[in-house]
Unconditional design. Structure first.
Length: 337
């Protein structure tokens, strides 16, 4: 618990974010991270020719290394949560490669693969980068749970609607793994950990329902197939009512009449994804300070660390796209704490 809070104490502060969003180019951003922040070691060998994408990959490597380090302090279950985050990364990398494969640019995946990642996973991402077709992908994934999850899509993987189906099939493995970890706990500790994960699950499910209604006009039964069934403050009736609404706006109005009512007092937000991430951040930022359970504090730190990395990635992308600093600032979460 002390280690998690100590690392969180080294997070980027408002002054750091103000400086980062005002960097004129990626070189200035890298220099600041290297000389003025806790990312100094990660960017120690970074050169002035780095791209925004390379910055993103270094940040991901830093995140996994930190997670590995802190997991060792929670011997009984920390390793399980670390493996959960590795699995989460595996799924992200597999989906990223499938995207390249679908658009006919599979050979480009190797260029963006951080070497450290391949050392921390049971999936041989180097071999995956050499796959020329879907059967090659399945061969690389043989012996992993991802193999069985993707097999049903052998004939349809190039169809536009199939990508989200593959994403959901892989995510179900992740959801079940998360649930099995939590089942190791008992009593108050289990309740506290479940509460943290419930916020993320519910917010992600709101976004899934919204997207499927707004972008795909999906029906009720179809949408249910894409939802995480574990950890929720939504009652069965809440979900049914949200799914029965004919538009995404009506669905959000229904979501406001639930456990999360106080958060939906205003429906004015940049994007729903941004809005739901802010809800998760508020919860975890509070709990990392007041929780007395080491595992709960560790989980809070894991997610808050990822939020910080996402902020820096947004800044790098904004600088690359020459977006005004105030516009970049509008999408950052938790920069004034």
């Amino acid at each position: 618990m002390a280690k998690s809070r100590a690392l969180y104490g080294k997070r980027l502060k408002k002054q750091d974010y103000d400086s980062l969003v005002n960097c004129k180019n990626i070189n200035e951003l890298v220099t600041y991270l290297k000389t003025r922040t806790a990312y100094a070691e990660t960017f120690e060998t970074a050169n002035s020719e780095m791209s925004a994408f390379q910055v993103e990959e270094l940040l991901k490597v830093d995140t996994l290394k930190v997670f590995q380090k802190i997991s060792k302090y929670e011997i009984s279950t920390g390793e399980h949560f670390y493996k959960y985050f590795i699995m989460k990364n595996d799924i992200s990398e597999i989906l990223k490669f499938l995207h390249y494969l679908i658009v006919g640019r599979a050979e480009e995946y190797l260029k963006i693969l951080p070497p450290f990642i391949n050392e921390q996973t049971d999936v041989d991402l180097i071999s995956l980068s050499s796959a020329q077709n879907f059967d090659d992908v399945l061969k690389v994934l043989k012996g992993t749970p991802y193999d069985d999850a993707l097999k049903p899509f052998r004939a349809t993987y190039k169809q536009p609607e199939t990508y989200i189906e593959m994403e959901t099939a892989l995510n179900k493995i992740l959801w079940d793994a998360e649930y099995s970890i939590v089942e190791r706990y008992k009593g108050k500790q289990k309740k506290e950990i479940t509460e943290l994960l419930t916020y993320e699950t519910d917010m992600e499910n709101i976004v899934r329902i919204y997207r499927l209604k707004r972008l795909a006009s999906a029906d009720k039964d179809t949408i249910k197939e894409y939802l995480n069934p574990h950890f929720t403050h939504f009652t069965h009736r809440d979900v049914e009512k949200m799914l029965e609404k004919s538009t995404a706006r009506e669905m959000l109005q229904q979501a406001a009449d639930s456990y999360y009512k106080k958060y939906f007092a205003s429906t004015q937000f940049l994007t729903l994804e941004d809005f739901t991430q802010r809800i998760i951040y508020q919860k975890l930022h509070k709990e990392i300070r007041y929780s007395t359970d080491p595992v709960a504090v560790m989980i809070c730190y894991f997610f808050l660390k990822q939020n910080e990395v996402d902020n820096v990635i947004h800044i790098a992308e904004g600088i690359r796209g020459k977006i005004p600093a105030e516009t970049i600032e509008s999408v950052l979460i938790g920069t004034d704490n």
